[in-house]
Each structure stands twice: as structure tokens, then as C-alpha cells.
Write a new protein. Structure first.
Length: 259
């Protein structure tokens, strides 16, 4: 049991025309579109489609070839094959085991006499049947995915994948787009600023007053202490060094002491 998935990106000249061709192709290949979308990507169109087609080799390969034929160029193509045979076989074995348990529980239910036994058997039956339903659902999913291959297709204009050389017109267009983007950004910033201006203004005013208080506190902490009024610092009078007495000369020095 094989699940086939393909992801493809193609470049075309006309996205809408290619979109219609793919719709017709899916119908002709006995498949269908599970999802489709066309969107404007800048000044270009882009289409995204999910095709489900029979996964047999002939139909699957023919579908891919026709998709490549629609494209001007295949930009990207990735395929994946998943073998789920082991999982499917395991689910089938679990299903058989649960069916056997269900039959045994039904036989016991027919022989049960007590209400407690009947209720317990019914709870077991409910649990077994819930598991059976889950396994059946998973098997159906695997069967559908194995029967129908999934092709996810992206269609873009060919010009979006080419880079032309430098031209004044192209440079002017790029400059205009950049200017437009910058103006949009500035406008958005201005709108946000206007909306939040009351909050920002309040925060600035609060910050201003807090800063003033901090400055006053710092000044008081670092201001030099001043002496109190009424008290003067004692002043020391200058002292003159004493001159040692030396020998005297003159009449006073020669006078004799009185008798």
C-alpha cells in the first residue's frame, strides 16, 4: 500500500488560463481539486492547487506529464513515496483480535445473571467497540490516501522568476516601492505615537519630578556643613620669641654695685 505525494512549482505566462487547464486536467484524469486559491502577490498572480488523482502508475505519470506540458518552465518538483503496508496489516490484525473479543463478550453477556456482571461486560464491550471504530477510521484514511495521489501545485507568472539587468525604469520602480514602504512605516509609527502620547507624556512628567527630587537629595548629602550663628572659633595670638640676654656694653656695664 503506497501513498504518493508530489509538490510542484511551475512558471506560466497566464496564471488564470493555466488554472483553468489544471481544473480540466483533474476532471479528465478521474480526479478532483481538494483545494484551490488564486491570490494577488504584489503586481503578479499566484495560484495554489491541490489535486487528487488515481495513484496507479499510468494515470499518475500521465498527470505529471500534462502538468509539465502546461508550464513554460518547471521551477521545482519534489516527490515522496510512503509505504504504509506494514501499518495497514497491523491495523487489520488488531481489528480481528478486537472482533474476537467482542464476540466473547457478547457470549458472556448472554449468560450473565447478576446486574454487576452485566454492567461490567457492557463497559468492556463499549471499550472494544470504540477501539474498533478508531481502527476502521484509520484504515479508511490509509485506503483513500493510497488510492488517490496528492499533487500540490503552485502556479506563478514566469516574470516573477527572472531577474532582468539594470535599467533606469526598473531602478525608479524599486525606489518608488522603497519610498512607499518607508512612508507607510513612518505613518504607522506616527499613529502609534499619537495613540500612546498620553502615557508617554505622563511618564516623562513623572520622570522629570523624580529626577528633581533625586538632585535635591544628592545636593543635601554632599553639601559642606556650615558653622552655627553665635559661635566663633578661638583665635590664637601670635607669640614673639624671647631674645636671650647677652653681655651689655657701656657705662652701665662698668658701674660698680652699691656698697
Amino acid at each position: 500500500m503506497i501513498i504518493r505525494t508530489v509538490t510542484m512549482t511551475i512558471a506560466v505566462n497566464n496564471v488564470q488560463e493555466a488554472f483553468r487547464q489544471v481544473e480540466t486536467l483533474a476532471s479528465e484524469q478521474q480526479g478532483y481539486l481538494s483545494q484551490s486559491q488564486i491570490r494577488q502577490d504584489g503586481d503578479r498572480l499566484t495560484a495554489t492547487m491541490t489535486l487528487r488523482v488515481p495513484s496507479n502508475d499510468a494515470t499518475f505519470r500521465a498527470t505529471l506529464e500534462r502538468l509539465r506540458g502546461i508550464a513554460e518552465r518547471v521551477v521545482d518538483e519534489q516527490s515522496q513515496v510512503q509505504d504504509v503496508t506494514e501499518e495497514y496489516v497491523d491495523l487489520d490484525a488488531r481489528m480481528r483480535t478486537l472482533k474476537a473479543s467482542e464476540e466473547s463478550l457478547l457470549a458472556l453477556l448472554g449468560k450473565a445473571q447478576k446486574v454487576e456482571d452485566i454492567l461490567q461486560i457492557q463497559r468492556e464491550l463499549t471499550n472494544v467497540r470504540s477501539q474498533v471504530e478508531q481502527i476502521q477510521g484509520r484504515k479508511q484514511v490509509l485506503e483513500r490516501r493510497a488510492d488517490l495521489a496528492t499533487i500540490t501545485l503552485t502556479i506563478r507568472e514566469a516574470g516573477s522568476f527572472t531577474r532582468a539587468g539594470w535599467t533606469p525604469g526598473g531602478t525608479f520602480e524599486e525606489a518608488v516601492r522603497a519610498l512607499s514602504s518607508a512612508l507607510r512605516g513612518l505613518t504607522s509609527f506616527a499613529i502609534w505615537l499619537v495613540v500612546f502620547s498620553p502615557i508617554l507624556g505622563g511618564a516623562l512628567v513623572l520622570g522629570y519630578f523624580v529626577l528633581k527630587v533625586l538632585i535635591r537629595v544628592v545636593r543635601r548629602l554632599f553639601r559642606a556643613p556650615t558653622p552655627r550663628a553665635g559661635r566663633t572659633a578661638p583665635t590664637e595670638l601670635p607669640t614673639t620669641p624671647s631674645t636671650p640676654a647677652g653681655p651689655t656694653t657701656g657705662p652701665a656695664a662698668t658701674a660698680a654695685p652699691p656698697a
